[in-house]
Design a protein around this ligand. Sequence first.
Ligand SMILES: C=C(O[C@@H]1C=C(C(=O)O)C=C[C@H]1O)C(=O)O
Length: 353
Amino acid sequence: MHYPEHNPLGKFFNKMATSFEKGLPFSCYRKPGEKEIRSIYQHNDALNRAVTFKERGFVFAPFDLEKGAVLVQPDDVQTISLDTLATPAKEKVHEGESGKLQHINLVEQGISEIRKGHLEKVVLSRRISVERSKGPIDIFYTLLSLYPQAFCYLFYHPKVGTWCGATPETLVQISNNTMKTMSLAATMPYQEHKEPEWGSKEIEEQQLVSDYIRVKLQPLMEKLKVGDAKSTRAGNLWHLKSKVKGTLLPETDIGEIITSLHPTPAVCGIPVSAANTFIKKHEGYDRGFYTGFLGELNLEKEKEISLFVNLRCMELHPNSAFIFVGGGITAASDPESEWTETQNKSLTMFNVL
Ligand SMILES: C=C(O[C@@H]1C=C(C(=O)O)C=C[C@H]1O)C(=O)O
């Protein structure tokens, strides 16, 4: 599908449509709260990898980093700035109840493992299969218009697939030796004119993530500050978030920061390796790039990165899509509420289909 050429956005989008037709990799994205949309085009279909994170381009990394992070080489970088985007009319797509029993069983298994003392927290997820008729670029446009505060992206590589999403979570941003990240956890549905009231379960769950990030980053930073937890809105949801800021030690390697943060307990669990083993054994599907990370790597300058956790995302197939959703399980979790939480999270993507 092509867009009207007289309009700069139409031209900008048509270049992506051409890359799809030619089978050439690209990534197009907008950072949280920004007006600028950027596309990175690779002029061949090679499957390049980011290994040391000293590479330059757009990185697209799976949950399981051992499977290899993909790098879109920046042969051509284009940007466009947009003030407002019209919100396209949407058909109401409903999330079904299929998979409920399976997810509840999975959560029960997680809780039982936690009660046995093997784990403190584990993030358990599921994959929802949906039909779709809207094209990837139209879906991306809707993401941009509905979620101005998220990192919105569309990624395509002929040897990897097509993914899109609108994530509220930063993995790590580094610029001029200053590092910023966040501790994000706990979820409640958004209600207009109503501030969320968090219970001790949610507060403790988010605190676990903050403590983990502090321990991981302390040895790599000159100064590190973890802010207080505050409510933050992500589409139809509230989360609890603490801002984390630090100054890099002169010898700190960026690759070490990335690998010490990924996967955080916000997407895996505590302890990480036991949670990871539990996920691989019980989740029953391969997460692929869901809960991996993505973003700019040394694009404008060396040692400058802007990476996000791949949440609220979809893998697009010719007439269908997989939506991925999960949530953190602790000893205090209730399986039925955890199911509802994943249903609520799935709306971020259902709303753009
Ligand atoms: C795992 C997801 O989200 C993560 C889990 C959260 C939770 O457990 O409440 C909240 C935000 C994210 O850190 C997801 O959206 O799929």
